[in-house]
Design a protein around this ligand. Sequence first.
Ligand SMILES: Cc1ncc(COP(=O)(O)O)c(C=O)c1O
Length: 374
Amino acid sequence: MRNIQMVDLQGQYARLSVEIDEAIKRVLLGADFIQGGAVRRLEDAISARYEVKHVIGCANGTDALQLAFMALDLPPGSEVITPAFSYAALTEVLLLLGLKPVFAEVDASTFLMDVAALEGLITENTKAIAPVHLYGQMVSMEPLMALAKRHNLYVVEDAAQAIGSQYCTPNEHGFAGTMGHIGTTSFFPSKNLGCYGDGGAMFTNDDALAKKLRQLANHGQTVKYQHDLVGMNSRLDTLQAAVLLAKLPHLLEFEKQRRAVAARYDVALAEISGLEAPQRTIDSSHVFHQYTLKCESEAMRNALKKHLMDCGIPSMIYYPIPLHQQTAYKQVVNLPVSEDLCGRVLSLPICSELSAEQQDYIINNIRNFIQKSQ
Ligand SMILES: Cc1ncc(COP(=O)(O)O)c(C=O)c1O
């Protein structure tokens, strides 16, 4: 049996190597490494697939968030509501830009920002809401956009983990990252659509914001050596765009395979006590960037993680510390669900290359652990 990994990038490359090698070679032969043709072709392909007017590549998902908030140009000290149970990137860029993250609670079963609780966090300084589509499914965008409209707030969606996830209710439809004023994503290698280094993109349907985002990502220039804004050097490499273009046609198939892995975990976990399978939202599809279960207690989670590691099975804690308790971003706020989840979640290997044999091995070892500990 092949080594089990959280995401099997070597296995995926073995499957797609002919297409990827050719794509890389074309860039090497053309030597258009910075802002070459593959970048615009990728942007156009993503824009068509996810029905969003503008896609702008940049250097990584964190820069995408930073550029989004630079483009909005909010007054210093403006408050931005964002979940405490999430990756650090969003909070980090807010603080770097002199904005104030206001931490929101998440739902205990879907792990997503609890939109019903947001109204109470809005003050006269609130200028934006920044939902994170965590693990691969989307925050409830319809009520969130309605709330934002009522209070005249911007919405910046962090879709780093959810590219391809689709929101669908009788009134609203849209892909992750395309429903707010600006959406961002990451092409970090282990993401559902990952390149071979760092990469990211911003999405918007607003022409003026699109122009500004593109300008900010390229040293504030629209004309070479004419700098009208203070920007960044944050461009998507042509080589990475070429890799992504080769992978993009396979993304639906990757999603399908991830969903099949998730469904097999669900069936197995339904018969194992003490572990709770991840719950689906009712209004978006799940692209399973992560398959994250909830254990009965922190002690059990840590023991299960160790047991799996002893059996050669990796697992990850996304995330062990809520953002309001991180040394760098500390705030005294009461977010019991976020704090509890950090102690109990565990993400299992999931990717398009995980074989049934590997998954059986993982499931059998989880079962053995639970039986032994009862
Ligand atoms: C939710 C979320 N936002 C932002 C990022 C940042 O993306 P990048 O690593 O490409 O900077 C990540 C990366 O893991 C993420 O998971």
